[in-house]
Design a protein around this ligand. Sequence first.
Ligand code: SF4
Length: 480
Amino acid sequence: MKKSQLGLAIVTQPHDLYEGVGAYSCQLAASIISKYGNYPAAVFEVAPDSLSKPQDVVNVCKERLGVEKVIFGFSLMRDDYFSQIIQFALDLKEHGYLTFLAGPSCQHRYLPEVEADQNPHGFQGHLQEFDFLYTGPAEGFIPVMDRISADEGYTSCQGITTFKNNQIIKNPSTCPNLDYLTYVNWKNTVLVSGRRVSEKKVSMGVVLGQWGCPYASYEHEFQVDPPAGTNIREQYAIQAYGCSFCSYGKDTGGKLYPFPYANISRQIEGLPLSYRKRKFWLSHQTPFAVLPYIVEANDGIKEIYIMSRADHLLNNKETIEQTLREAKRKKITIVAGAIGFESLLNKILRNFNKGITAEENLEAMELLVALDKQFSPALAIEVGSHGYICPTPWHTEKDLRWESANMFDNPYMGKFFWPSSIQCRRLKIAHTDSLADWLRWVEKESGMKYKRNECGVIEWKTEATDKWEDIIHQGVTFVQ
Ligand code: SF4
């Protein structure tokens, strides 16, 4: 089979949280595979109403890719969408197509829980619905496509995890090649909804400032409190790369690769234009390590959305002020889009291993509000989720009442960071997360059994959090 007879369809859900934003990591992967592997590849954002018609979706993919043979990779899926994806993948498999899961935070959906073979209560994985799981960088998938194209076995390729002869085979991944990460074809996404098939217009890109997170670049050991309302008195020690609720450190294997400035500039030059200017998310947990350079060295930028740890803001006040002065001169707006506050209760932050106190979070909020006043419009605070996680297993009923009141009474929270509707999400613990070890220990100690959902998430519950929806003020939105 010639290379061009095989194509890759990366299937995901419509991504419309921010207008004009695509599924960046899927777009990047499709671009690398098309450009360096010479296989047609594209992203298909498939709306739920089309998942019940797999043959229609297959036809769209074949036509768009210009090939007869397509393999289907699933990535960046929301939990509430996953049962339909499973059925869709099964339908594809029944018709002889190869299906796999890939991208960040997908291991828990594919792999069975530890000791699940001796414990019917444990999550059994989705080994039948998907042929394999791929966890390596996109360029590492090109040899996999070469093997599939040549009808040769791919199970020994790097980054592949699969189930064969009744056992799980897990091959280590290769490291990413930073040079491959500079090119994205922003026009490689197709929206499929019912009878409508259209090209997705992406006007806001992503620039990778580093791969990995500095705080998650080494393993931390720390003690986790028992859940509120149990008879368990002792703590339990776990190990995690960085924050206990975040799987990014585990996904990147604790590795950290800062990008050279020249590479960052090349990415900025390749961004889509919106009214002849560029706006983008900067993927960097400590953004002011690179923002002074980006603002000074690049022209034609309109907006830069940043994510940041709160302590990074506090530790870099002077650099931030200098950068904002230069941004104002160049008419660039830096948008504080996702600041990881997570909680304003020290007990919760400690169990998150966040490495930050509630007082530091408040100080960072105060600093941002003051900078916003001083440098507007060079700085803007985005109405966003800013990572607030509530409820958690450690919240007592009193804590939850405090959280609910604080969302509106605190001088910064409701007014600047979540003005129209406060968004917070319930702590999610997948069976492969570090906190899952703690939950399995809690189950053994207390005799309780938590349900596992079809995504491999352990549905912990406490008496206090059962009351959360009654306690909470109106105007609070739950996000996935
Ligand atoms: S939450 Fe942010 S700071 Fe914490 S480990 Fe994840 S990426 Fe790093």
